[in-house]
Write a protein that binds this ligand. Structure first.
Ligand code: 9D3
Length: 244
């Protein structure tokens, strides 16, 4: 169970804002989980407290200097045997399975990179794992840290209440979620699918399963490699409906 989140970041105010947002923020603001930031700038020597420098070998941008970053990481990791994770475009892709493992730690130690990256000797010396959100460009590790912090806190017991079990279900099934509707029954000439108004709970369950299967097949066929469809699923997929 997660009780401490330590974030190494040049933007501690940005990260601290997370405790003001939503149910996961509540778990931070009421102290069930403590959020602490470690700013490399506070560990930088010299009048300018500089945390970056030009890359050896040339090229654009700046690199985070090793010593202030290393001191901040060591403070964040002190008195703990938990792994140190850095967020970077070179990391392993985060998915719900890796979140479940991160969420099971006592202390989550996240290092946010900025500029072109961090001095590789710090990675060699102090970093245990490297995570990425995917193949697109963020301005810094803080955006990824925010996502990982939220996803990890929502798995802690008591944070979400009743929403949680359903949510867990849809992910552990490995399929995309079905469409959702609420009142009114007709909105801008569009009707809610009739089956959802029928009160026939078995039919509703079949419809939702079929929608999940169809969406996954069309949008994320890669996900179907990790789910085993049974005979019922195959029959549902083969059904045709008016309007398809
Ligand atoms: C445009 C700069 N790029 C030159 C090839 C490299 C680059 C350096 C630093 C690109 C992005 C970043 C900052 N990104 C992260 O720190 C980051 C990230 C991401 O950009 N995408 C997905 N996941 C992550 S986790 C951390």
């Amino acid at each position: 169970m997660l009780t401490e989140i330590h974030v190494v970041t040049l933007f501690p105010d940005w990260i601290r804002q997370l405790s003001t947002i939503g149910l996961t923020g509540k778990a931070l603001s009421d102290g069930r989980i403590t959020l602490r930031c470690f700013n490399p700038r506070d560990y930088a020597a010299g009048a300018h407290r500089s945390v970056d420098d030009r890359p050896y070998g040339g090229g654009p941008g700046m690199v985070m200097r090793p010593e202030p970053l290393a001191l901040a990481i060591q403070s964040a990791a002190a008195d703990s045997d938990q792994p140190v994770a850095v967020l970077s475009p070179q990391g392993m892709r985060v998915d719900q399975r890796s979140i479940e493992r991160l969420a099971g730690r006592r202390r989550l130690i996240l290092v946010c990179g900025r500029y072109e990256g961090i001095d590789e000797r710090v990675v060699d010396e102090l970093i245990d794992e490297e995570w990425s959100l995917g193949d697109f460009v963020l301005s810094g590790g803080e955006y990824a840290a925010a996502a990982i912090i939220d996803a990890s806190i929502r798995l802690q017991p008591g944070v979400l209440g009743h929403e949680q079990s359903a949510e867990q279900d849809s992910f552990s099934q490995g399929l995309l979620d079905c469409p959702h509707y609420t009142r009114p029954e007709i909105w801008r000439d569009r009707a809610v699918p009739e089956v959802l108004l029928s009160g026939d709970h078995a039919a509703i369950k079949r419809w939702r399963r079929r929608q999940s299967l169809l969406r996954t097949l069309h949008r994320r066929p890669d996900l179907l490699q990790n789910v085993s469809l049974d005979e019922t699923d195959r029959r549902l997929l083969a059904e045709t409906e008016v309007g398809e």
